[in-house]
Design a protein around this ligand. Structure first.
Ligand SMILES: [Fe+2]
Ligand SMILES: [Fe+2]
Length: 300
């Protein structure tokens, strides 16, 4: 019988994630262990397998969010917060295809056509997703183009910057880790989460195109499955880089979301109205938007 694959990656300081193809995963603090007696002290060099690679990737996301768990805001989702989330969704998707194609060209130059082909395919699939967010904003009566032109949520800026930088690197493999992080979190959303957002919206208005498409009901679940299979097929040094970037992106994402969640509705409405230069058209609904436990944040 073939031996089950074990993979490991040092993601931060002395913390490594170790995962077996059979499904076990654990986090290990390597401080004080000697390289000559610890098989996980040196970087992995073997082949990957989907069963272990997915646990490294998801472990990296969990670790990133755990870093701020104690300070994680738990404010109630409201319509203004959802509008901000849609603006964030626009900004994290508007340059995705262009950035991925830039990274794909670089991998062509580097003689890695399989990575280039994967990124090209991703670029095709992500094309136009920014327009879904714009349509949702318009459905809410918001001057969508003006709003996104004048406003990038503070918590979203570092994410956009990170993706731009990753795709422009000489060896831009990290962009796969960033994309995985955003898509994996989006794919956790279920029908019930979409229904809860619908309740926030004015009667008869569907402003959940982006959310639906970036949920378990849309294309994200397939994107996630394809990315896991692709990352598992990469050489060990690439898998290490992808998992490390998944962790870094999760950290940035967790801090950014937290920053936005800490704002009051009044602060959010003031920011939005400053950006559009007039009162929010859906102000009545905004004022009457009520407490829900739904997670109203769409992702890219
Ligand atoms: Fe997307
Ligand atoms: Fe996607």
């Amino acid at each position: 019988m073939a031996r089950l694959v074990t993979e490991w990656v040092n993601v931060t300081g002395n913390i490594s994630i170790i995962a077996r193809e059979s499904g076990e995963v654990w986090f290990r603090n390597l401080s004080g262990t000697k390289a000559d007696v610890d098989p996980f002290a040196a970087p992995m060099t073997g082949a990957g397998a989907a069963g272990s690679t997915v646990r490294l990737l998801d472990g990296a996301i969990n670790l990133g969010f755990a870093a701020i768990e104690k300070t994680l805001a738990r404010s109630k989702p409201t319509l203004p917060a959802y509008i901000v989330a849609l603006v964030g969704a626009y900004h994290t998707s508007v340059d995705t295809a262009r950035n991925l194609r830039r990274a794909a060209r670089r991998f062509e130059e580097l003689g890695r056509p399989e990575v280039a082909a994967y990124l090209e395919e991703r670029a095709r699939e992500e094309t136009g997703h920014d327009r879904l967010a714009l349509k949702d904003l318009r459905a809410l009566g918001v001057p969508a183009e003006r709003l996104v032109a004048n406003f990038i949520p503070d918590g979203i800026k570092p994410l956009c910057k990170r993706f731009d930088e990753l795709c422009a690197q000489d060896y831009p493999i990290g962009c796969i880790g960033y994309s995985y992080c955003l898509e994996r979190i989006a794919a956790l959303k279920q029908e019930v989460d979409i229904e809860k957002v619908k309740v926030l919206c004015p009667d008869g208005i569907d402003a959940t195109r982006f959310l639906r498409s970036h949920s378990s009901l849309g294309s994200e679940a397939t994107h996630v499955a394809e990315t896991i299979a692709f990352v598992a097929s990469l050489p060990a040094n690439d898998r290490i880089s992808v998992v490390q970037e998944t962790y870094q992106s999760a950290l940035i994402m967790a801090r950014g979301y937290n920053q936005e969640l800490l704002k009051s509705d009044a602060e959010i409405v003031a920011e939005l109205e400053r950006a559009i230069g007039e009162p929010l058209p859906c102000r009545n609904a905004v004022n009457s938007s009520h407490s829900l436990k739904a997670d109203a944040r769409p992702a890219a």
